[in-house]
Design a protein around this ligand. Structure first.
Ligand SMILES: [Zn+2]
Length: 503
């Protein structure tokens, strides 16, 4: 039996409420999960929250709260957003979960025992808000290259993970596995980074400076670096190392979806951690781009926060999903503005899709009381377009390209709308050409049915409304094998407007 498709989001850092960047990653992963279920795969979709580290500890203290109470209060905000956006994950991990902390400690101990973690002294330039050490050559104008704040020189006893030992192996692995780091520009970026000698990674933080973290079993005065903790979730959540049978059913991950800002952690630290543990590599780490507003990344730190829950409530969650999936090629940055979202809504959803469904079902009701009169033609042009759209959608999704997948589906929608203009059913009705009219409407409604099925991974709400008027339950690729499911006697209820214009 084939292994379930295992897909992950990064763990979201809970120092503030979720924004559209979080929504984007989860919508992508939810869409790929739905797609894999659609084609008959089993799926395990994991998301969760990253709750340790200095920034969270500080934020909690600034609010006068216990850190645990603070993170406990933040996590529901993420879970609520996933509910609002119709995101269905199979697992939700918190890095404060006891099983996760135990797993991280076992991982640390294993790597310490094998010599891949060692004690040393660290002297470096440290940026506290970013929790990052920098070399002097990495600084930008003497300041932290990430946040442009002042750095401090500190020396401390710490523990290091031997990245350097695995550098050559990693370079070869990335070169020999073209699907491992995607898109290709990110693979090139990381290979470029690996041209310089890789320094061992400091994976501990002295308790004196930071107590909010997972204890290191062999170093009572230290807690573990948040990234080492957070990355481990991809294996701890599915049973490593305590439940190896369960773990082996899912590992390796098929797809780690990440933002391009955390590429290095996922394509350098993480594969080396796995290699050092003797575990298989994930099949693909895919780095998506950022949503920008007037050129700046949408995030808390730049202050230009777009609330995805508000957008979903205002325009419908399918609209937000559609916009994010359709507006840019996966991997590229996208410009976000409410005007662009409204334009997509009006043109693609309300006009193209919404009108097609509404006018087809209305005509069937008006002319034939909602009853199909005649079976589908065997080899029509709409049928050919439907099969092309199906094949295009499936191969685009397998190639991690939801934008092309949607444009394949829209080719069918556009063709069906043109079919209405070409056949002019209202004239056939006026001229009393009832048999021809019946044939036209059967073809058209078959195209609507087919479209409703095709949309299932992308627009769950609209798809389920369309499918339910055709009595299609749990739509999947199996339902796309044939054209001509509509037979005389099928009754199709006139659908309500799928995308009513709010103004
Ligand atoms: Zn910084």
């Amino acid at each position: 039996m084939p292994k379930p498709f295992y897909i992950t989001t990064p763990l979201y850092y809970v120092n503030d409420k979720p924004h559209i960047g979080h929504a984007y990653t989860n919508i992508l992963c939810d869409t790929f999960s739905r797609f894999h279920r659609f084609i008959g795969d089993k799926v395990f979709f994991l998301t969760g929250t990253d709750e340790h580290g200095e920034k969270i500890d500080k934020t909690a203290k600034q609010k006068g709260m216990e850190t645990q109470a603070f993170v406990d209060g933040m996590v529901p905000r993420f879970k609520e957003l996933w509910k609002i956006l119709d995101i269905h994950s199979d697992g939700f991990i918190r890095t404060t979960d006891l099983f996760h902390k135990k797993a991280v400690q076992e991982i640390l101990q294993k790597l310490y025992d094998s010599g891949d973690i060692y004690a040393g002294s660290y002297k470096g330039l440290y940026c506290t808000p970013c929790e990052s050490f920098w070399t002097s050559s990495q600084l930008a104008g003497g300041k932290c290259p990430d946040c442009k704040r002042e750095v401090q020189e500190i020396t401390e006893e710490n523990y290091f993970f031997r990245l350097s030992k695995y550098q050559d192996w990693l370079i070869h692995y990335i070169q020999e596995h073209p699907d491992f780091v995607r898109p290709a520009m990110r693979k090139n970026e990381i290979l470029g980074f690996l041209k310089a000698p890789l320094e061992d990674l400091c994976i501990s933080r002295p308790r004196a400076r930071l107590s909010w973290g997972i204890n290191i079993p062999f170093a009572p005065n230290h807690v573990v670096y948040v990234w080492f903790d957070a990355l481990s979730n991809y294996i701890s959540a599915i049973g490593y190392p305590g439940k190896m049978n369960e773990f082996q059913e899912l590992w390796p991950a098929d797809l780690h979806m990440v933002g391009k800002d955390i590429l290095r952690q996922h394509t350098v630290y993480w594969p080396i951690m796995l290699k050092a543990l003797g575990l298989e590599m994930p099949k693909t780490v895919f780095a998506h781009g950022w949503w920008t507003m007037e050129g700046a990344k949408v995030s808390k730190s730049t202050g230009n926060v777009v609330d995805p829950a508000e957008l979903a409530q205002k325009y419908g969650r399918d609209t937000l999903r559609y916009f994010l999936l359709r507006e840019v090629n996966l991997g590229m940055d996208g410009a976000y503005s409410e005007e662009l979202l409204v334009a997509r809504f009006n043109r693609d959803l309300a006009n193209d899709l919404g009108n097609l469904v509404l006018r087809s079902t209305s005509m069937l009701e008006r002319y034939f009381g909602g009853k199909i009169q005649i079976a589908s033609a065997k080899n029509s042009e709409l049928r050919q377009q439907a099969f092309r759209s199906r094949d295009g959608m499936i191969s685009a999704m397998k190639n991690l390209d939801p934008r092309s997948a949607l444009s394949s589906i829209w080719e069918l929608i556009t063709r069906a709308n043109r079919y209405v203009e070409e056949t002019k059913p209202w004239i056939l009705a006026k001229e009393n050409k009832m048999e021809e009219l019946a044939t036209v409407l059967t073809e058209l409604l078959e195209a609507v049915r087919y479209t409703g099925i095709l949309l299932a991974p992308f627009l769950p709400e609209a798809s389920s409304k369309i499918c339910s008027s055709f009595a299609v339950l749990n739509p999947g690729a199996k339902d796309l094998e044939t054209w001509g499911a509509l037979t005389p006697s099928t009754t199709i209820a006139k659908g309500a407007a799928l995308f009513p214009r709010s103004s």
